[in-house]
Design a protein around this ligand. Structure first.
Ligand code: CO
Length: 145
């Protein structure tokens, strides 16, 4: 395992459209993707692109609004009604090698690798084994970086 790029920080929000307005009007974000529903995770999602150095792409904020109350993000939001940081996501070159690595260390991997919001395979590692931080591991998108 070698820590890759911080791809995004997942932020749960109670109202995606209000959150988009907040990032645009209060924080001055100028590059926010159109929202879409990620059915497999019961969320409506969009990305706030933060600028990187010298015109390169920076890290993203992934805004997540649950579409189902009885879902992972829905339950999290019930405990944190204002929303807030839900997970961090790091890139790795090989998702299956990364899963095997965490499992060998006895870390609780949540489910099999599946296609995430970026169209590449992801899995999550339980916060109890990650210093309290729900951690998403994502295969680096091909043709990027
Ligand atoms: Co994410």
């Amino acid at each position: 395992m070698k820590l890759g790029r911080l791809n995004h920080i997942g932020v749960a929000v109670p109202d995606l459209d209000a959150a988009i307005a907040f990032y645009r009007d209060v924080l001055g974000a100028s590059d926010i993707t159109a929202p879409f529903v990620l059915e497999s995770q019961h969320v409506r999602v969009c990305f706030v692109n933060t600028p990187g150095e010298h015109g390169t792409a920076g890290t993203q904020i992934e805004l997540l609004q649950p579409t189902v109350a009885d879902s992972a993000v829905g339950k999290w939001l019930a405990k944190n009604p204002l929303g807030g940081q839900h997970h961090v996501c790091y890139e790795v070159p090989d998702i299956h090698a990364a899963k095997a690595w965490f499992e060998r260390l006895g870390k609780k991997v949540l489910g099999e690798p599946r296609i995430g919001a970026h169209g590449t395979p992801i899995f999550f590692v339980h916060p109890k084994d990650m210093g309290g931080q729900l951690t998403e591991i994502m295969e680096t998108p091909r043709g990027e970086h």
